[in-house]
Ligand binder design. Sequence first.
Ligand code: GDP
Ligand code: MG
Length: 440
Amino acid sequence: SLQSRLGGVFDRLRGRGALTEADVDEALKEVRTALIEADVELGVVEDFVKRVKPKAEGEAVIRSVSPSQQVVKIVHDSLIEMLGTESTGLNLGSPPAPILMVGLQGSGKTTSTAKLGLLLQTKEKKRVLMASLDVNRPAAMEQLKVLGEQAGVATLPIIPGQTPVTIAKRALASAKVGGYDVLLLDTAGRQHIDEELMAEAAAVREATNPHETILVADSLTGQDAVNIAKSFHARMPLTGIILTRADGDARGGAALSMRAVTGAPIKFLGMGEKLEALEPFHPERVASRILDMGDVVSLVEKATETLDKEKAEAMAKKLKKGAFDMNDLFDQLNQMKKMGGMQGLLGMLPGVGKIKDKLDEAGLDDKVITRQQAIIQSMTKKERADPDLIDGKRRKRIAKGCGMEVSDVNKLLKMHRTMADAIKAMKKGGRANPFAALMG
Ligand code: GDP
Ligand code: MG
């Protein structure tokens, strides 16, 4: 994943206050690769990276998360911005509002038309009429009729032998007479972009003056998505995009590409073959999917919110000297609690299994944090500042003081030792976070 790749880059970044240009450049190289793997078009990738770079440079390093996670957050936020921050519904205007559905054959136009009809009728209480203008395949009109019956949405009666423009005009007249709020026009598609397809869609557009022209596109289209979107947009300005098969394996790169080259918002995602499977577009979800990041983003947000910055600075100074006493451990445990305990923290990390095993080994789970703090509180000031003082006799006294066993005290001391050693190693050139060190 991007996370593990960036991990490598940032292993070399240590003890600095801010992300430097070189750090960011190196990280963005990996981001570029990740975006291309997610099928974002090349030109779009370059534009994106150019936009992100100045945002990441000079950003202060948050010490409770790794710099790589931090860059991911910045990249993620920029992706959301580029994808369009809010999910916009349809602009209907005065009834009957013609909505033109265009796209390649098999992209999901007819299914999406029926889905949209159902959604507008049930959620927005609109009266919807649907018409198929697909005269190329005899079964296409029948398909929309059947879907309309399933959805309980009216369809224009089929009259064989009419041209798409004639059907469109008839549909518009019917919608007016019938008092419909919305007229959904499902057009024919072809395997590839060609002049005939474009001319037909453009003629229908001219005849009906649609309030929305929606491109329906398969999210599995990959790099081709840009050409498709560009060709349609050049011929008829698109006002929105529906991405179908978002329930499949596609990483969502097509969403970013299409949005970037047309400027048209992605309005809905097709999430399956069923008529209910149409969801408003949520840029955060698609951004996370493009980056394949688990929930690193919310982890960083939480860390930023809860981190006591001054404490972190003081801690960082101490860590640089290689010192880590029981007071520091106590503070670190507090910070973990603030972040929702280990369970909360683990739930947000990618590759949880491995980390969780290590933490279990080290004896770190939710309840244990509080118990460990009780043990530390049972120590004297001197002992906390210099844990090496704690011999067998003192261990017994500490255990008694907090109502625990000597073995519990031993476990805590062992954990402290592990972390202190990791920090010593860091002083020689390792990572900036003792927990990161502990987690491997
Ligand atoms: P058209 O040629 O553009 O009208 O495409 P259709 O609407 O006929 O859809 C082609 C196929 O894709 C059909 O089998 C649909 O059930 C399927 N399909 C459409 N949208 C989705 C979707 O969002 N997810 C999945 N999994 N299948 C879809
Ligand atoms: Mg169709």
